[in-house]
Design a protein around this ligand. Structure first.
Ligand code: GLN
Ligand code: ZN
Length: 778
């Protein structure tokens, strides 16, 4: 019996200590040169290969590494460089690669465009757009496509890294993003043209790369087509048939592992199984039900890669339970026709639980990061190859860790569970309908037309960050830190009064992050020291881990709010992060439905909302910045998600009297799809991001006849540019064309924490002036 192949599909690449981040930022700031950057990168790749090999991974990937992003790497491979970057052929230089990722300053050498394309007032070339990779928190650089665009091999990275691994003694399985997914992820820059029409031009480059890989000794190549988990138009299915048909004809001896992930194949099932490839990877964590289906429908010779270890979460797996499901498939197909894999690349989990020295050991024993997942994969492979007895102790340990977690009273809180069950429909409803609430609130606040406010945070200056880090390291006493924060808050409130803002905020200086700040005060949350995952480029996030039933032991924001309100007579908004956003930006326990976990968080936030009201807060903002990004990949699953997400928001918001005004805030760019859900949230006031779209995003609200109040952002806080009064007056004019005047609030697009005071001061002064002009014109 041959040994079962075990793969990872891809690994984290930022480095266990974020070495790549340090090197990239050092390179960008001129502290290290390209050779030093490349040396760090090579060291990380070598360590990754060694780690996998040492842990028993047998299909070790190469080209899963990237200096910035694997989609950008693919654009470089294909020579898909927008004209503005001034590239004229040949290998894409590193400077051009980073210019696409980060934008180029005017005059910054060869990366800057010399011909004036796409220049914004001499400010250089803006970076490619960035957007979320499927439903992960990883962001990729969006390829740009133009009609009649040519492709040519412009980066041999895939081949180079294959050879690099080979020289170190690893026969790897190189990874490429498949051509159809690549085209679907891009954006057409010309009207009325479908990027899929570019496929014929792409295929020769892909074939060339595959041929070079084969010539260098690659037996298998992994082609990632996560688009298989999406609703696909027929043209995309045809493109898959065309592409893989072409590869099979050109390279009949090269084995392709076609990988789907982030969900089931669904109605793409028949197409996926009909493609002329040697192997097919399926995600059996998100879509366990497809195991049966695939096992019975797969052609005899097809190698099935079984994605059974969760590549999107951090929990140890129940290995015996997994074996129970897959042993019959292995027995039927033969051990040479099944492979063991994570559901998707391990890119989306942190490196190694062993780095966590401050977590509770009980919790540590329940966790599996990339390194532990490699061990799990290898144990499963051995069990299939040599029988369970070969790994008896390992299997027993896995089972007992899962059992311990299930029954631990650190996880289970009877009071929380009982309260969850007792949640009634009435708790998700405000007492009065919006019209009645609005009247009560208008009487209470007597605000002018076009009331002005901000979204919550004010600049997190170097001074603020230094104080926080000094306090965290013990160099600043609690009392000094508290005093510092109070002073920063007081100054900010005084300044808001001076410039005439109507509704004030305290500035959020005491908060490190809008989710972490709350997670640290809630039961059921844990925070790692090194649990970083790549968000984009050199940027990493460290999501909280929700391991147990969630509750709020004591008020989280009331003291700060009370202090802030004591400094002014104007309404001071209480400022909270909403349950859906907290959920979507965390690693969530996998032993409860997400909806159930979210409802627990909603009840905890509800407690905070009612405590704020009791303390005297008249307005409370509950931010749901991440509600939209939790949307499932398939349309058919949207409604179920939106229903519970909206209900959770409403549970959090509805414990208050009618005259208490609930605000929410969302910084999205797409409302059309979810406008009914936004309406159903029934916040008294919603602030949204609209300045860049010139208020076009408001059309969704107009068409829907959204009745509640709205603050469409008039100040683009993503740019250091200070908008002038006329510009914001113009935006308000446009908003007036789309909404009733008495619905409109005036505010920036989002919080101001990433900006400097030098920009924020004049911008908000101008914003208040624009509101005054709009009032005068009424
Ligand atoms: N209240 C938060 C802030 O102002 C909202 C941030 C966000 O929406 N991302 O920073
Ligand atoms: Zn925002």
């Amino acid at each position: 019996m041959s040994s079962v192949t075990v793969s990872t599909l891809g690994t984290p690449r930022i480095g266990p200590r974020r070495e790549l981040k340090t090197a990239l930022e050092g390179f960008w700031s001129g502290k290290i040169d390209e050779a030093a950057l490349r040396e760090t990168a090579m060291g990380l790749r070598a360590a990754n290969w060694a780690r996998q090999s040492g842990l028993g991974i047998t299909a070790i990937p190469s080209n899963d590494f990237s200096l910035y992003d694997q989609v950008l790497d693919t654009s470089a491979m294909l020579g898909a460089v927008p004209p503005a970057f001034g590239w004229t052929g040949g290998p894409v230089p590193l400077a051009t690669y980073f210019a696409m990722a980060r934008g180029a300053q005017a005059g910054a050498g060869e990366a800057a465009c010399a011909h004036g394309h796409h220049h914004h007032g001499g400010q250089g070339v803006p970076a490619l757009e960035m957007t979320k990779w499927f439903d992960t928190n990883y962001h990729y650089m969006v390829p740009e496509f133009r009609r009649g665009q040519d492709f040519a091999l412009a980066s041999t990275k895939a081949v180079d890294e294959y050879r690099e691994a080979k020289a170190l003694g690893y026969a790897t399985r190189p990874v490429l993003i498949g051509p159809v997914t690549y085209l679907l992820l891009g954006k057409a820059k010309d009207e009325g043209f479908d990027p899929l029409s570019l496929l014929p031009g792409l295929l020769p480059v892909y074939t060339d790369v595959l041929r070079r890989l084969a010539a260098n000794g690659a037996e298998w190549v992994q082609l990632d087509e996560p688009c298989l988990a999406l609703d696909l138009p027929d043209a995309a299915l045809q493109a898959l048939r065309d592409a893989y048909g072409a590869f099979a004809r050109a390279l009949p001896d090269l084995k392709l592992m076609l990988t789907s992930y982030f969900g089931g194949l669904g109605d793409n099932f028949a197409t996926a199984l009909s493609l002329p490839v040697a192997g097919l990877h399926v995600d059996l964590v998100r879509a366990p039900e497809q195991l049966k289906q695939v096992a019975s429908a797969a052609p005899h010779g097809l190698v099935l890669s079984l994605g059974v270890i969760d590549g999107r979460n951090v929990w140890r797996a129940d290995l015996p339970a997994i074996l129970e499901r897959i042993e019959p498939v292995a027995a039927k197909r033969g051990t040479d026709h099944v492979q063991i894999a994570p559901s998707c690349s391990l890119l989306h989990v942190p490196y190694d639980v062993a780095l966590e020295t401050r977590l509770d050991p009980e919790l540590t024993g329940w966790l599996a990061f990339a390194t532990q997942k490699m061990e799990e994969l290898s144990i499963l492979g051995q069990a299939l190859s040599h029988g369970r007895d070969a790994v008896r102790d390992e299997l027993a340990a896995a089972a007992s860790a899962v059992a311990a977690r299930r029954t631990s009273n650190r996880v289970n809180d009877a009071a929380v569970q009982a309260r969850g069950k007792a949640t009634t429909a009435a708790m998700a409803n405000r007492k009065g309908a919006f019209a009645a609430r609005r009247d009560a609130q208008r009487r209470r606040f007597g605000l002018p037309a076009f009331p002005t406010t901000t979204i919550g945070s004010f600049p997190q200056t170097a001074e603020v960050r230094q104080a926080r880090s000094a306090h965290a390291k013990g160099g600043m006493s609690d009392a000094d830190y508290e005093g510092f924060l109070r002073e920063a808050t007081a100054q900010t409130i005084r300044w808001q009064e001076e410039i005439g803002l109507d509704v004030l905020v305290h500035g959020e200086f005491e908060r490190n992050d809008m989710v972490q700040y709350f997670g640290e005060q809630l039961s059921g949350f844990a925070f790692t020291q090194h649990g970083w995952v790549q968000s984009y480029g050199s940027r990493c996030v460290r999501p909280p881990v929700i391991f147990g039933d969630v509750s709020r032991p004591k008020p989280m924001t009331v003291a700060w709010w009370r202090y802030a309100q004591s400094l002014t007579d104007r309404p001071m908004k209480g400022m909270l992060t909403g349950p859906v956003t907290i959920l979507n930006w965390s690693f969530v326990r996998d032993d409860l439905p997400r909806a159930t976990v979210c409802r627990q968080i909603a009840l905890a936030i509800r407690d905070e909302v009612t405590d704020l009201e009791q303390a005297g807060a008249r307005m409370i903002q509950i931010d749901e910045a991440a509600l939209r990004e939790g949307l499932p990949l398939r349309r058919a699953d949207w409604q179920v998600y939106l229903d519970w997400a909206v209900e959770c928001f409403r549970v959090a918001a509805s414990g208050v009297a009618d005259e208490t005004q609930i605000h929410t805030h969302m910084c999205y760019s797409e409302f059309n799809d979810i406008i009914a859900a936004i309406g159903a949230m029934d916040a008294d006031v919603i602030s949204i991001e609209t300045s860049r779209s010139k208020m076009e995003l408001l059309d969704a609200f107009t068409t829907y006849r959204y009745p509640n109040e709205i603050g469409p952002g008039v100040y683009d806080i993503h740019s250091p540019r200070v908008p002038d009064v006329a510009e914001m007056t113009d935006l308000l004019e446009r908003a007036r064309g789309k909404l009733a005047a008495d619905q409109i609030w005036v505010n920036p697009d989002c919080g101001l924490k990433t900006r400097g005071w030098a920009e924020v001061r004049p911008a908000l002064v101008n914003m208040v002036a624009a509101a005054h002009q709009a009032r005068a014109a009424l």
